[in-house]
Design a protein around this ligand. Structure first.
Ligand code: ADP
Ligand code: ADP
Length: 227
């Protein structure tokens, strides 16, 4: 069954006296529990699409439908986002960064911390729950970002070039950690990258986008199982 449907989404960015479409009538159905990778060159609209799915960016027309429910241009409901630049709160400890997403959902403080602790543990950072982001390496900061996104128990995990700011060794390590978490806690993932290598390593299905306006060039099923 389809978990998420993107229906005829159109998005324009308005520049000096012109408005260029980034996405024009873009449609895609994402299956339940699949690991979908959106692959395409820089500037083709991957990040815009992901932000529209998350709701932090609005679209001009079209719909985002999650579990049959229209969530277009709304945030929070069932979607967790991981950013390339981590986007952690520098003045909050690791545990409080992870608990943050639960504040808006109205979970009480003690329960928030219990849940946050569970997810800090899941990403292997129990010893650092009282550290501040600047005390951690890049890889560790992104583990916090992943824990924060997962703690709200999203239906769909959205990842926007999450390892783009990390060195190659750390990236490889975090890719394997992500797959291992995903094996244990299956959920629908949409992962954005411009790296063919990364897409082939992670994906069940790769949606290849071409630029201006972002269109689907081809969809590739990745048949050979993961290592
Ligand atoms: P990708 O994630 O594939 O690199 P983006 O979604 O970030 O692509 O950007 C798609 C296009 O939209 C690019 O040409 C970019 O310059 C343009 N764009 C992105 N954000 C904005 C913005 N806030 N204002 C104007 N143009 C933007
Ligand atoms: P990078 O972060 O280069 O961005 P890592 O995320 O692998 O690399 O972490 C860098 C260093 O931080 C490692 O050498 C390791 O000693 C330490 N580190 C990372 N994760 C943990 C952890 N869960 N527990 C203890 N130490 C860790």
């Amino acid at each position: 069954p389809d978990k998420l449907e993107i229906r005829n989404v159109t998005k324009y960015y308005h520049g000096r006296g012109n408005s260029l479409p980034v996405l024009e009538n873009f449609s895609l159905a994402v299956k339940d529990l699949e690991f979908l990778v959106l692959l395409g060159p820089s500037g083709c609209g991957k990040s815009t699409l992901l932000r529209i799915i998350d709701g932090i960016e609005t679209c001009d027309s079209g719909q985002v439908v999650l579990d049959g429910k229209n969530v277009t241009n709304t945030t929070g409901d069932g979607r967790g986002m991981v950013f390339q630049s981590f986007e952690l709160f520098p003045w909050r400890k690791v545990i409080d960064n992870v608990a943050f997403g639960l504040e808006v959902t109205g979970v009480g403080k003690a329960e928030r911390l219990d849940i946050a602790r569970e997810y800090v543990n899941l990403v292997g950072l129990s010893a650092f729950e009282h550290s501040y982001p600047h005390e951690l390496s890049g890889g560790m900061q992104q583990r916090v970002g992943i824990a924060r996104a997962l703690a709200i128990k999203p239906q769909v995990l959205l990842m926007d070039e999450p390892y783009g700011a990390l060195d190659v060794q750390t990236r490889d390590l975090l890719q394997d950690e992500l797959l291992s978490i995903w094996e244990r806690q299956r959920k629908t993932v949409i992962f954005v990258t411009h790296s063919i290598e990364e897409a082939l390593y992670l994906a069940d299905r790769i949606v290849v986008m071409s630029p201006r306006p972002g269109r689907i060039e081809q969809i590739i099923d990745v048949p050979f199982g993961r290592p």
